[in-house]
Design a protein around this ligand. Structure first.
Ligand code: PLP
Length: 470
């Protein structure tokens, strides 16, 4: 078999030492460039061997291929996207966005030594959680607090430290699964606790708990059914009543709130979501909740409650394995500080700012950018402004939606199956991927979470049709 122009292919050294090669080595370093040159030449050799008519590319073309290879390798894997999915706290898109004050605090802690576990002023702050504990007790009314990696860790650690090798009573209606990886029965098992289900799926009564209590009981647990709602013929035991039962039998009541906001959301025009302060007031001994859901902070899990129980949790060796790093502690402290001034919280905390944007404001934004979107998408889709419904996400207020607005893109040739998927893929292929949502054959871009509309609009010039044609 005759082979292509293989003999003309430059050697690795010739390409590396060419003018273009030297320039690339300056930009990327010799190690990465060498790897790319070898890869490109090997690919060329294979191509030329299989195609008798193929010509060897010029050195400049080979150098460009090498540069592309290095660029592809160096491109960050974790990168910003536009969340126009309509879900504000989107777990797969990283949940809460930190306020500027928290970003600054985190950056400060990253680059400089900090008094993480060092008592600089004799105020007995030699413990890392002390930087946020005072804020947490002040905001929740609890006596003490610890923080860990996330709420799953908080639940795990509370169970492990307080009820290992004992039974934990949970209502059958609260055996929740959150996003697959977090399931109450599984976390219970891994914490070494024996799950004891009481009551039924739709109705659980005080007597169900009382009958199940015994010498083997280590705790009673209440779980906020954060991502679903049971309607119809239902009954749950009021928290204060459950707390009284727990107290009578001298076992702790652990309340896993999931989202757990630190403010009354009604004050911001949103539906009520249980707060830790409410759970504490209702008699819970230990309350767990997430830092990056409605609270709007960094990923972490907060455990607040009775001083003796929190101390037991703090002293458990697993606390060390689950503890927070200085970066997130700095960010969390900055976020909690914002709560001291609820008057400006809806302005300063991005999560609350997005949740409280009015439909009218979002409609106005949609009208403003509509012409640019329509023009950029012209070859691909027809566009119109639509009213839509956003969701809070991350399990909070599952049945409540927020009136919003956005842009609906109807693919040209809509009947072609997969046309909407192809359109969604084209938006995801933009320099800053745009994540929308598909509904009834259309791509919906919900603008509730669109902060930087200039960057969004500017990059639309790169929008390419799904088959690659401009
Ligand atoms: C979200 C949630 C969790 C898990 O919290 P993470 O911070 O994601 O680990 C646990 N319990 C409930 C009820 C939740 O809603």
């Amino acid at each position: 078999m005759k082979q292509g122009d293989r003999a003309s292919l430059p050697s690795v050294d010739r390409l590396l030492n060419s003018a273009a090669g030297a320039q690339l080595a300056g930009r990327y370093g010799r190690t990465l460039l060498l790897e790319a040159v070898r890869g490109v030449l090997a690919a060329e050799r294979t191509r030329l061997a299989s195609d008798p008519g193929a010509r060897c590319p010029a050195d400049a073309v080979l150098a460009a291929a090498c540069a592309a290879r290095v660029e592809a390798l160096l491109r960050p894997s974790l990168r910003p996207v536009f969340n126009l999915s309509g879900t504000v706290l989107h777990t797969n898109l990283g949940r809460a966005l930190l306020p500027e004050a928290a970003v600054a605090a985190a950056v400060g802690a990253m680059a400089r030594p900090v008094n993480l576990e060092y008592d600089v002023d004799g105020a007995a702050r030699g413990e890392r959680d002390s930087h946020v504990e005072a804020w947490l007790t002040r905001l929740t009314g609890a006596a003490a607090a610890v923080v860990v990696n996330n709420n799953a860790a908080a639940v795990y650690l509370a169970l492990y430290a307080l009820a290992r090798r004992r039974e934990v009573l949970v209502s059958r209606g609260e055996l929740v699964e959150i996003g697959g990886a977090f399931r109450i029965p599984d976390i219970m098992a891994s914490a070494g606790c024996k799950l004891r289900e009481v009551g039924t799926t739709n109705r659980t009564h005080p007597q169900d708990f009382v009958r199940a209590l015994g010498t083997a009981t280590g705790a009673i647990m209440k779980v906020h059914t954060s991502n679903y709602a049971v309607h119809g013929y239902t009954a749950t035991v009021p928290e204060s009543e459950l707390a009284a039962i727990a107290r009578q039998h001298a076992v702790p009541l652990i309340n896993d709130l999931g989202s757990g906001t630190l403010v009354e959301l009604e004050a911001f025009g949103l539906a009520h979501e249980p707060t830790p302060q409410e759970a504490i007031a209702n008699g819970a001994d230990v309350v767990t909740f997430s830092g990056d859901k409605l609270l709007g902070g960094p990923q972490c899990g907060l455990i607040v409650g009775r001083a003796d129980l929190i101390e037991k949790i703090r002293r458990n060796p697993m606390k060390r394995a689950l503890r927070l790093d200085k970066i997130r502690l700095a960010a969390l402290e900055a976020v909690l500080r914002l709560y001291a001034r609820p008057e400006t919280l809806a302005r300063d905390l991005p999560t609350l700012r997005m949740l409280t944007r009015s439909q009218a404001e979002i409609r106005t934004q949609a009208a403003g950018i509509m012409p640019v979107v329509a023009k950029a998408a012209d070859g691909l889709a027809t566009t119109r402004i639509v009213d839509c419904l956003s969701q809070i996400g991350s399990g909070a207020l599952p049945v409540d939606t927020l009136p919003s607005a956005g842009i609906a893109l109807t693919p040209r040739g809509k009947r072609r199956s997969g046309a909407a998927d192809a359109l969604a893929a084209a938006f995801r292929a933009l320099p800053v991927p745009v994540i929308g949502r598909i509904s009834e054959g259309e791509l919906i871009l919900d603008l509730r979470c669109l902060d930087d509309e200039h960057e969004f609009v500017f990059q639309l010039q790169h929008l390419a049709s799904p088959d690659g044609a401009p």
